[in-house]
Design a protein around this ligand. Structure first.
Ligand code: HEM
Length: 150
């Protein structure tokens, strides 16, 4: 169960990152090109939201089965950089990113003009991508060749 979830959660990261990058590039291109909010924009933005929420669900279950999460012994967990990261930092940062994506998607739906829809995606999905990349980089696990040694 743990290995399956970790594999799923690990692999899904690439889908989340790829969809986020596509959604942001499409939104920025549309903003500069003053383009309409197309059906493709809407679908990509929605798939990004769904992939992120699936990742959230897998992450929440992992939180209760991972040996690196020690919420029952916070004092000890906080003393070690690895257990502190998985018990507190990863979840908090990723939850923040998921909230940004959820708000961005809601705003893109509410906006009446195409420019407002594209702007909401560029801004909120852009910030979320930044938070996710920083969080993964902090984890000391490889991301596209980047690692930090802690
Ligand atoms: C967009 C959201 C998220 C992304 C992109 C993400 C990404 C990742 C990545 C890349 C890993 C390392 C996987 C590996 O070692 O191969 C991981 C592990 C993990 N994540 Fe997330 N995560 C997200 C959300 C969450 C949330 C919301 C939680 C919990 C509240 C969570 C809990 C965990 C846990 C417990 C582990 C496993 C640590 C271990 O036992 O090795 N994740 N996540």
């Amino acid at each position: 169960m743990y290995n399956f979830l970790l594999g799923l959660h690990s692999g899904l990261r690439y889908i989340v990152l790829l969809l986020l990058a596509i959604a942001i590039i499409m939104a920025i291109t549309a903003l500069f090109g003053k383009k309409e909010y197309s059906a493709t924009n809407r679908k990509i933005n929605l798939f990004t939201l769904i992939a992120t929420h699936t990742q959230l669900l897998a992450g929440l279950i992992l939180y209760f089965v991972s040996p690196l999460v020690q919420y029952g012994n916070m004092g000890e967990a906080m003393k070690n950089t690895i257990t502190r990261y998985w018990t507190v930092e990863h979840g908090v940062l990723m939850l923040f990113a998921v909230v940004l994506i959820t708000v961005g998607h809601a705003r893109s739906k509410k906006g009446e003009l195409a420019i407002n829809k594209h702007r909401a995606i560029a801004l909120y999905y852009g910030l979320a991508l930044l938070v996710i990349v920083v969080a993964i980089y902090q984890s000391a696990r490889p991301l596209l060749g980047m690692t930090v040694g802690n």
